[in-house]
Design a protein around this ligand. Structure first.
Ligand code: CP
Length: 368
């Protein structure tokens, strides 16, 4: 969990203001952590994503012009194939342009600009900024710089910041897309009571942190399949309380799980740190024992599903790809509709309301 100490280097002083409870109303708010969400908020995003998907998967429509001229910038300071691109697709499916900035080689940082000044500059060009950083405090730092400039009366609007992955801390939009995927598999019936097994590095793999936090808020039972090299951090274990069980035994968890979530070894955080390098090697040994191939998959319930935020390495062998339990590609595709839902709701519009108004208008024309 990000702490005030962790972000104090940037003078960020008020987590409640930067990451407020969504409380049924995301309009204008930053989305920095799953901790901002209550159960009802998550179901609201799911309903929005469901409406979004009715538009994008209708080949005669492919989207809905709900936010023409709204500009979204996805600033990916770490590599990404899915998240940044999906954010751009999401705003474009809503009728507005999206811009993807990958890496910072061509940024004015090269001319000595501070990160805070860079963030404010981007806020003058856009209505929403999605940010991925290697540093835990990255999106919080951006949110603070932009909120401060707005408070000084310099920016005409407080541009919402969406966390697209902050170091080893969280990946909240991924987790929302993941539970949307699970909701589809469940035909939008209730999600509480499902057993979700989450496998891999629980210390540094940010998507797992957000998945665990969101599963708790939905009343799911979570089995964390851990390596001793990277167990579930204490703050997340405390948050989950009785919803969390921990094991070293992947096969036992596979037999019990309704949903299996696999993740990779995030050794990009090793750097020059000898302990992180040791952790990654230790984890590599665990991953060697966790590889799931087509034969191993057979022990799961026939109606269970397997997910992976991707990118994957060897932990999910390609021999599993044709199995109907593999929902990882659907999981990637689901992120478009969920990110449309997030963009829309944080910019103050509702796809659900728009669809209802359009349906009512069509009905009124029909009965004339
Ligand atoms: N799942 C995910 O965050 O993928 P990318 O790193 O490709 O964005």
């Amino acid at each position: 969990m990000i702490s005030l100490e962790a972000i104090s280097a940037h003078g960020v002083g008020d987590l409640d203001n930067l990451a407020p409870a969504i409380n049924g109303d995301p309009a204008g708010k930053n989305l920095l952590s799953i901790r901002q969400l209550a159960n009802e908020d998550i179901y609201q995003y799911i309903e929005e994503a469901r409406a979004a998907e009715r538009y994008v998967r209708d080949p005669t429509r492919r989207g809905v012009d709900l936010l023409p001229h709204a500009v979204m910038i996805a600033l990916m300071r770490q590599p990404s194939t899915r998240t940044g691109g999906t954010m751009v697709t999401a705003i474009e499916k809503l009728g507005g342009p999206g811009h993807l900035f990958s890496g910072m080689a061509s940024s004015s940082e090269a001319k000595g600009e501070s990160l805070a000044d860079s963030y404010v500059a981007l806020a003058t060009q856009s209505d929403m900024i999605g940010i991925r950083t290697k540093e835990e405090d990255g999106p919080y730092h951006a949110a603070h710089a932009i909120a401060q400039s707005f408070r000084f009366g310099k920016l005409w609007q407080p541009v919402p910041i969406i966390n697209l992955g902050n170091g080893t801390d969280e990946h909240p939009t991924q987790a929302l897309g993941d539970v949307f995927t699970i909701a589809k598999w469940q035909d939008f019936d209730r999600l509480d009571g499902l057993t979700v097994a989450v496998v891999g590095d629980h210390e540094r793999y940010r998507a797992h942190h957000s998945d665990l936090l969101i599963a708790k808020r939905l009343g799911m039972r979570v089995i964390a399949v851990e390596s001793e090299a990277a167990p579930v951090p204490d703050d997340i274990a405390n948050d989950l309380g009785d919803n969390l069980e921990r094991t070293l035994n992947l096969d036992a968890a596979m037999r019990e799980a309704d949903v299996l979530v696999m993740g990779r070894n995030p050794d990009e955080y090793d750097g020059d740190d000898p302990w992180e390098q040791t952790r990654s090697r230790w984890l590599a040994d665990s991953y060697a024992g966790w590889t799931i191939d087509a034969d191993r998959l057979q022990q799961m319930k026939p109606d269970a599903i397997v997910m992976h935020p991707r990118p994957r390495r060897d932990e999910l062998h390609p021999s599993v790809d044709s199995d109907p339990r593999m929902w990882d590609v659907e999981q990637m595709a689901s992120q478009v509709a969920m990110r449309m839902a997030i963009v829309a709701r944080h910019l103050g519009v509702s796809i659900v309301d728009h669809e209802k108004m359009a349906t009512d208008a069509e009905f009124a024309i029909g009965v004339q």
